[in-house]
Design a protein around this ligand. Structure first.
Ligand code: NAD
Ligand code: USQ
Length: 403
């Protein structure tokens, strides 16, 4: 298939582009390197030393003989997106190209607005470009499990059958997202659903849980192909952060009680889920939703798992409960369905098998690159007092300007 991977220089996108290329598909990467600029803005770096994209692609070609086409540009610019779709003529577009950090979107007004414009406008442009020149192409859009929030009822895959005043209907599952970033995904979902209905486009919205690990067969071929491993307060996800903290003897930063429960998956399952979606396209006019995660854990479960993995490696790992900087339930019911991808052939990896190889050993290997100053949370979801607000805005401006 001809598959365009938007956001292919990023964490999920890079692993996916290589995986699909190895499977024999014609792959193009579309990216504007915005993510590398956000790292500069925040003064942070991935734990693993990643090469510039052109260098990575050269190594991939010399090792495998496979060429991955590259389109450098911003998906919020319509002429660019439209020309990529016209020139590459994809049968599937996998859209990872968004600002994906909840804390980044909560820094201040500017970052909230940027996140929503970048994500919502990028997706709208893509929808219009597909309508204009490639209406049969299958859009595979990365959404997030966080669109649903943590309701006190089971979470279905995208839609829920309800009975109200004696009448029945199937409607989109209620959304209760927890950040301006997560809200951008909800807006995307609504726009995609409407475009499928209005223009008979075909789409799969992959509501992905938190991804962990860096190791896939393809990136393991050469050190030059290594993937990102983010562990800072803004872009580091919880499990990566805990493993890096354990590697240097920093107490694990559990926010609040640690009962926050989320769906998780190995990066090797991310790439396989995308392949499954590509090979099993939705129908024209259909907007399908899959919940893309394999296991659910509370933050405290993860801390305990990292603690015992650390002990096996001879590390002493302490756990700290910090006041939760986010507005979220610290203890709640959580039961999210996730059977559709399994029915289509996904064979999940489990965290207990990957924790040491895919996470702890990588954290230990690159231990010397760890910056201890990015462990504690500084971005607060709550409304500060007037006095404290002025102070916080000043602190954040200094943090961002100074790195
Ligand atoms: P990432 O930041 O590593 O990669 C995103 C890529 O998109 C970057 O290379 C960035 O430069 C590019 N990009 C962003 N805006 C762009 C624009 N306007 N034009 C062109 N390129 C642009 O993020 P990731 O962790 O790989 O996440 C990829 C997608 O998967 C995101 O949509 C994210 O919301 C979703 N997701 C990620 C996770 C996770 O745990 N990492 C979990 C659930 C969903
Ligand atoms: N947390 C801690 N300690 C930390 C970091 C996080 O306790 O040091 C807690 C958070 O409070 C939260 C949970 O861990 O309850 C998950 O936080 P996270 O930063 O790992 O993940 P999140 O902000 O939800 O975002 C990540 C990705 C995002 C994706 C989302 C999937 O960055 O792109 O959409 O996971 S989901 O969580 O299903 O919405």
């Amino acid at each position: 298939m001809r598959i365009a991977v938007l956001g292919g220089d990023g964490y999920c996108g890079w692993a996916t582009a290589l995986y699909l290329s190895m499977k024999g598909h014609s792959v193009a990467i579309v990216d504007n390197f915005a993510r590398r600029q956000w790292d500069h803005e925040l003064g942070v770096q991935t734990l693993t030393p990643i090469l510039p994209l052109s260098g990575r692609l050269r190594v991939w070609q010399s090792l495998t003989g496979n060429t991955i086409e590259l389109f450098v540009g911003d998906v919020t610019e319509y002429d660019f997106v439209s020309s990529v779709i016209k020139n590459f003529e994809p049968e599937a577009v996998v859209d990872f190209a968004e600002q994906r950090s909840a804390p980044y979107s909560m820094i201040d007004r500017k970052h909230a607005v940027f996140t929503q414009v970048n994500n919502v406008v990028g997706t709208l442009n893509l929808l219009f470009a597909l309508r204009e020149s490639q209406p049969d192409c299958h859009l595979i859009k990365l959404g997030t499990m966080g669109e649903y929030g943590t309701p006190n009822i089971d979470i279905e895959e995208g839609y829920i059958a309800i009975e109200h005043n004696g009448r029945k209907d199937v409607v989109p599952y209620p959304k209760q997202p927890g950040s301006f970033y997560h809200l951008s995904k909800v807006h995307d979902s609504h726009n995609i659903m409407f475009a499928c209905k209005a223009w008979r486009l075909r789409a799969t919205d992959l509501n992905q849980g938190v991804v962990y690990g860096t190791v896939t067969d393809e990136v393991s071929l050469d050190e030059a192909l290594i993937n990102r491993f983010d562990y800072d307060e803004v872009f580091g996800t919880v499990l990566n952060r805990f493993c890096v903290q354990a590697a240097i003897g920093h107490p694990l930063t559990v926010y609040g009680k640690g009962g926050q429960t989320r769906g998780f998956l190995d990066i090797r399952d991310t790439v396989r889920c995308v392949e499954i979606a590509c090979l099993n396209p939705s129908l024209q006019g259909e907007c399908r939703v899959f919940n893309q995660f394999t296991e659910q854990f509370s933050v405290l479960d993860l801390a305990r798992m990292v603690q015992s993995a650390g002990e096996k490696l001879g590390l002493t790992v302490a756990v700290d409960h910090l006041s939760d900087p986010r507005v979220e339930e610290e203890e709640h019911y959580y039961n999210a369905k996730h059977s559709k991808l399994i029915e289509l052939g996904l064979e999940p990896h489990v965290l207990s098998d990957s924790l040491l190889d895919s996470l702890m050993n990588v954290a230990l290997k690159y231990r010397r690159r760890i910056d201890t100053s990015v462990m504690l949370p500084r971005i607060n979801w709550r409304q500060p007092s007037n006095e404290r607000r002025a102070q916080t805005e000043g602190e954040l401006a200094t943090l961002i300007a100074g790195g």
